[in-house]
Design a binder for this molecule. Structure first.
Ligand code: MN
Length: 718
């Protein structure tokens, strides 16, 4: 049958009978009636009745020897989209299987089409396979596309170009992966014809010319092979076949040759020897290599190592008659059928079931096709996935402009927004999927067209972290939240510092603008002034420390003297207080009894001067940070300051005397000493000694420790 002839129902039924003799084709006939009614009055661009298209598609499917539901679906494939028939109608009249295939094809047809697929062809191919749920959907879609390509001349530019490019990028590679070689070749040559019309026509003419010239040579080679094989008692079909034009064109391009350099390509014609058994394939190989010398490095054994799409053959190139290179493929009839028909060659093993587990072994290549080999070892599990979900980990969605985004399963509009651009993510307020408003945590489905509304008012929410699936969205949201927290801390630090500076009548801005600010930041080991403010915000640094550095002030010095009448120690120092007081009274904290040499903290009391504590005193820790100042002790005042010690010794006679001697040896007075014993035969001394400074105290403690029987010496808080 010629391509331009209109297919009739009887052509389809005859074709079905050729491979399913005696089949009940009622389903297909009924589908024809429905399709005819649905498309009544519709006309194609070619001027033919619309029905000619589904008929042609169904015929192609019958030529592929597919099962009856697929052929019925082929007849009905455009009805849901283009007529008043609904999916529900189809389910009622044709059953679930046909309805699902038609539904799948309708969904694929509804995908947006733009010329941008070129760059994302691989993703689009995966998306088609992912959406198809059943590979028969893809086969109907391929048949649909083939007929549309065969009648592409009736479409106007630029639609023609767009469809041809899409066919070349998407559908021909899918046909190739499914191993349907004839379909791939035809789709590629049709695309070639409409994408590069001039090159196509020129190359076609040039190739035909050469083939005519080579005809005699081709016949000679065929005859020689045939005769030689017969001499060895082998029966074989020998074919000489031209390569398809697109593959020749690609080869020219790959080598940087023009059509004028076509003669560089020696293998315009490939030879094929088809025999009965695998054993015969290798016999033929031996005979041919004996006849003509093989060219080294050109032999490939795809019989023992089949290609991923299940292709099997022996390939060799020999130096044939008149020293010309001859490419030869050797295979069995079965291999030849699979090489042409691919997955379709396996379709009819069992009516109803696509593949049974027993046959699945043959489809290991499909596993590779869908790139699931890592996850799925078990063929049964694989078959499940083949029907339901080819890419369980990914969803493929569209931007309104037709770009495809690949996202992990479970991804949400927020993930999508961040995949577009970080700013879109930060400011997304609403999401639309297929023109419907959806919540931001909606789970995206393959094929969804997603549109995001943004608002400058919107900002990322911590809640988003609960549902986003991509690490990109997660990290961007976290980054933003961290930056926001930092901003808050900068503001807080700024305010804390401003308050402290105000006490000294200094504006925060004049501090921040001063060159010293940066210096001070460095002194505190921060890179920037902002880092310094953050540290103030977090309370890692007191504002007082910063201001003191800024004013170049040292901590006030404290001078102590004994009041002769009372024997009390009174301390004074010079420090500028908020009320303008300069000379200030200091009180040594009774709670911790500081001695000269201790690190000190002063606390500005209200109206009672400054109380001074050891820096380690827990009573100071709880006081208001803002009112604390560092205080230094004037070197040595020579006064006797009380220090309290706790000494633990073994409980035995003479311990008190020994400890007293040790204290006296360090030239110190004991003001008070109390002893009690514990049930575990220890003695605990509570002792107050008079010291001049911290070094003196340390000397006393060292002396006590060296006494035999002393277990522990500690300075008490008070
Ligand atoms: Mn169609």
């Amino acid at each position: 049958m010629r391509r331009r002839d209109i297919v009739r129902l009887s052509d389809i039924l005859d074709q079905i009978q050729s491979y399913l003799p005696g089949a009940n084709t009622h389903l297909v006939e009924k589908a024809y009636v429905f399709a005819a009614k649905a498309h009544a009055g519709q006309i194609r661009k070619s001027g033919e009745p619309y029905l000619s298209h589904p008929l042609a598609v169904a015929y192609i499917l019958a030529q592929m020897r597919l099962d009856l539901p697929t052929i019925a679906a082929g007849l009905l494939h455009d009805t849901v989209e283009d007529s008043s028939l609904t999916l529900e109608d189809l389910r009622k009249h044709f059953g679930e299987e046909v309805a699902l295939i038609v539904d799948g094809v309708t969904k694929l047809s509804a995908l947006p089409t733009t010329d941008r697929f070129h760059k994302q062809a691989e993703n689009f191919r995966k998306m088609l396979l992912a959406m198809a749920k059943d590979l028969r959907v893809i086969l109907v879609k391929l048949a649909d596309r083939l007929h549309n390509m065969r009648t592409l001349e009736f479409q106007a530019e630029p639609k023609r170009r767009r469809i041809a490019q899409e066919t070349l990028d998407i559908y021909a590679p899918i046909a190739s992966r499914l191993g349907i070689d004839w379909l791939k070749r035809e789709l590629e040559d049709l695309s070639f014809r409409y994408l590069y019309p001039e090159e196509f026509q020129r190359l076609k003419a040039e190739v035909e010319k050469r083939l005519e010239e080579a005809q005699e040579y081709v016949e000679e080679v065929k005859k020689l092979i045939q005769q030689t094989l017969e001499k060895h008692g082998l029966k074989a079909r020998v074919l000489g076949r031209s390569k398809h034009l697109w593959s020749i064109y690609r080869k020219l391009e790959r080598n940087g040759w023009t059509i004028d350099q076509l003669d560089q390509i020696y293998d315009l014609v490939g030879f094929r020897v088809i025999v009965k058994t695998i054993k015969e394939c290798y016999e033929v190989l031996g005979i041919i290599h004996a006849l003509w010398p093989p060219i080294p490095g050109r032999f490939k054994d795809y019989i023992s190592l089949p290609k991923p799409n299940m292709y099997q053959s022996l390939h060799t190139t020999v130096l044939g008659p008149r020293g010309k290179r001859v490419e030869i493929q050797i295979r069995t009839e079965e291999m030849d059928r699979i090489a042409n028909e691919g997955i379709a060659a396996h379709w009819l093993y069992k009516e109803g079931a696509i593949l049974s587990p027993k046959e699945s072994k043959k489809f290991e290549w499909l596993e590779r096709l869908v790139e699931l080999q890592k996850e799925l070892q078990n063929p049964k599990e694989f078959l499940e996935s083949l029907r339901l979900d080819l890419f369980p980990e990914e969803v493929y969605v569209f931007t309104p402009g037709g770009d495809i985004k690949v996202l992990p399963r479970g991804a949400t509009p927020v993930d999508f927004a961040y995949a577009i651009h970080t700013e879109v993510g930060h400011h997304c307020v609403r999401a639309w999927v297929n023109h419907q408003l959806v919540p931001l945590d909606y789970e995206l489905q393959t094929g969804d067209v997603v549109k995001i509304d943004t608002s400058s008012q919107q900002k990322p929410s911590r809640d988003w972290l609960k549902f986003v699936k991509t690490s990109r969205a997660r990290s961007r949201i976290r980054q933003w939240l961290r930056a926001e927290e930092r901003e808050r801390m900068v503001a807080a630090g700024r305010e804390i510092l401003a308050r402290e500076l105000r006490k000294h009548r200094i504006q925060i801005s004049s501090f921040l603008d001063s060159p010293e600010a940066q210096e001070i930041a460095h002194k505190f080991n921060f890179k920037t002034v902002e880092d310094l403010l953050v540290a103030l915000g977090y309370g890692k640094l007191t504002p007082n420390q910063v201001v003191k550095r800024y004013l170049g002030e040292e901590s006030p010095k404290m001078v102590c003297e004994k009041v002769p009448e009372t024997g009390e120690i009174r301390c004074t120092g010079e420090v500028l207080l908020m009320d303008g007081t300069r000379n200030v009274l200091f009180h040594l904290g009774r709670c911790c009894n500081p001695v000269p040499g201790d690190d000190l903290i002063g606390y500005i009391t209200r109206g009672r001067g400054i109380s001074v504590h050891r820096a380690s005193c827990p009573n100071v820790a709880i006081l208001d940070e803002e009112r604390k100042i560092e205080v230094r002790w004037e070197k040595s005042d020579g006064l006797a300051h009380p220090a309290r010690l706790s000494i633990i010794t073994q409980d035995r006679k003479g311990m008190l005397a020994a400890v007293s001697t040790a204290v006296s040896a360090a030239e110190a007075n004991i003001l008070k000493a109390e002893v009690h014993t514990t049930p575990d035969r220890r003695a605990v001394f509570d002792m107050i000694v008079e010291v001049t400074d911290r070094r003196h105290l340390e000397k006393i403690m060292a002396n006590i420790r060296s006494v035999d029987g002393v277990l522990k010496v500690e300075r008490r808080l008070a």
